[in-house]
Design a protein around this ligand. Structure first.
Ligand code: ZN
Length: 148
């Protein structure tokens, strides 16, 4: 399989490697901000250093890169054509780690939400549904905190 990552996509991936915020993360953050959420970023004390943490709602949001986190059937989840065995192993271990991180967070009482970067980029159903879900959760909270 030819590694067909576009240059732009590659720079998204690279920014992730350097540990900086990726473009999809910024998009999700600003959408949540518009809904009224205030949050913490990359909380190092939590398993997996979640991208976005909503402490009041005990919810974390991962914005998963399709390439490193292996979005099933996604065209961005290519495999390099050289050292394929190495990469296959590496990707499998990424996926295993993702699963463990989510299990640990859940067992600590956190609600774990995640969205694929391509879903954010193209405002796909899952991403829109995530925003709706979080928006409802926030309105419920406001309703409880400030009864009319
Ligand atoms: Zn994808």
């Amino acid at each position: 399989v030819v590694d067909s990552l576009s240059k732009a996509r590659r720079s998204w991936n690279m920014s992730r490697i350097r540990g900086k915020d990726t473009e999809p993360e910024r998009v999700v953050r600003s959408a949540l901000h518009r809904i009224g959420f205030r949050f913490r970023l990359h909380v190092k004390s939590l398993p997996g250093k979640p991208d976005i943490v909503l402490p009041r709602y005990k919810t974390v949001v991962f914005v998963d890169g399709c390439y490193w986190h292996r979005h099933p059937l996604c065209k961005n989840a290519t495999t390099p054509s050289t050292r394929t065995a190495f990469w296959t192993h590496k990707f499998a271990s990424n996926k295993r780690n993702d699963r463990l991180v989510r299990q640990r967070l859940t067992s600590l009482g956190w609600t774990v939400e995640s969205v694929w970067e391509c879903e954010v980029a193209h405002e796909k159903k899952n991403y829109v549904a995530l925003l709706r879900r979080l928006s409802r959760r926030r309105r419920r909270y406001i309703g409880v905190a400030h009864p009319a």
